[in-house]
Design a binder for this molecule. Structure first.
Ligand code: HEC
Ligand code: HEC
Length: 256
């Protein structure tokens, strides 16, 4: 890493990325860290690496209907994936994260869609419609060992070792991971940890359905009407928000 003030910003960005609560506490509202979903400190291909993101912004996003800077994209992951607050664009935390992403992308061509960028979801479709009961069987067989039978992850000596997949300490309903195609693609490429690629496509979709078929913190864009929030932000078969899964209406929790 470079020396001097720029190197300090790069290191701070990496620290925030890997120990998000410790270094950006004011903006974190759950038990996750950035590197739980962007593996190997944001460097691993097929887990939305920062080097792939850096050269791909500014970019139009359907999610909010305008062109987003990289900073605004990062704000989105704080608000939804971290169930927290968006750091201001000129805050030291944001400058550090952008410095780290910039440094990881050294030498990459601006505007390129780099191989391994994002999650590999293009053209990734389930052979059969995803199924909650089959997904539960996959979860018990391949995931519960680390993430816990209740999906709440595991903590040791006050530190989280395995992250929660649903419930109050996980990502909220507005997060990308709450969308089945993102979850299925991430899981197929990266889970079980260190055995990425080992699940069948069907198993990856089924277990994504199982995970995203559980309750989690409210979408922060919710203004009191579940049906309307679904219509406005979740109008897709890839979102289970506002639908009944396994006999439970999802997203019906009041906002915090
Ligand atoms: C719960 C999982 C999760 C967590 C935690 C998380 N993200 Fe993300 N992030 C995602 C998903 C899903 C996407 C969308 C990937 C895609 O569209 O291929 C994404 C996308 C991104 C992108 C854009 C990637 C691209 O190629 O367009 C950036 C940058 C990013 N996240 C940064 C962060 C930062 C910084 C943090 C911590 C503050 C964070 N993320 C925490 C799941 C997560
Ligand atoms: C060997 C332990 C292990 C197994 C087995 C495992 N995971 Fe993970 N999983 C992890 C760890 C550790 C992380 C966080 C990675 C990091 O921080 O580097 C993670 C992250 C995740 C995430 C993103 C973070 C979050 O909380 O949402 C999802 C989703 C996920 N795993 C799903 C699964 C699924 C589905 C399976 C079963 C097919 C599975 N995992 C099996 C260890 C495991």
């Amino acid at each position: 890493m470079p020396a001097g003030p720029f190197g300090d910003a790069v290191r701070q960005g990496r620290d925030i990325f890997v120990h998000t609560r410790e270094y950006a506490k004011a903006y974190v509202g759950n038990g996750l860290r950035c590197s739980n979903c962007h593996l190997d400190a944001g460097r691993l291909a097929h887990s939305a690496p920062l080097w792939g993101a850096y050269v791909a912004y500014p970019q139009y996003r359907r999610k909010n209907g305008h062109v987003n800077s990289l900073g605004e994209r990062i704000q989105g992951c704080f608000r939804f994936s971290m169930n927290g607050k968006a750091p201001p664009l000129d805050s030291p935390e944001m400058v550090a994260l952008e410095s780290y992403a910039y440094w990881l992308a050294t030498g990459a061509p601006v505007g390129a869609r780099l191989a391994g960028a994002g999650y590999p979801k293009q053209g990734f479709r389930p052979p059969q419609p995803p199924d909650y009961a089959r997904g539960k069987a996959v979860f018990v067989r391949d995931c519960a060992l680390c993430h816990g039978a209740d999906g709440q992850g595991q903590r040791a000596a006050g530190r989280d070792v395995f992250p929660p997949l649903w419930g109050p300490d996980s990502f909220n309903w507005g997060a990308g991971m709450a969308q089945l195609d993102n979850a299925a693609a991430f899981i197929k490429a990266n889970m079980p940890l260190s055995r990425g690629g080992s699940l069948s496509d069907q198993d990856a979709w089924d277990v994504a359905m199982y995970i995203d078929g559980h309750e989690r913190p409210q979408d922060p864009r919710y203004k009191g009407n579940l049906e309307q929030t679904r219509k406005q932000y979740h109008d897709s078969p890839l979102s289970l928000y506002g639908t009944v899964v396994n006999g439970r209406l999802l997203g019906a929790r009041p906002s915090q």
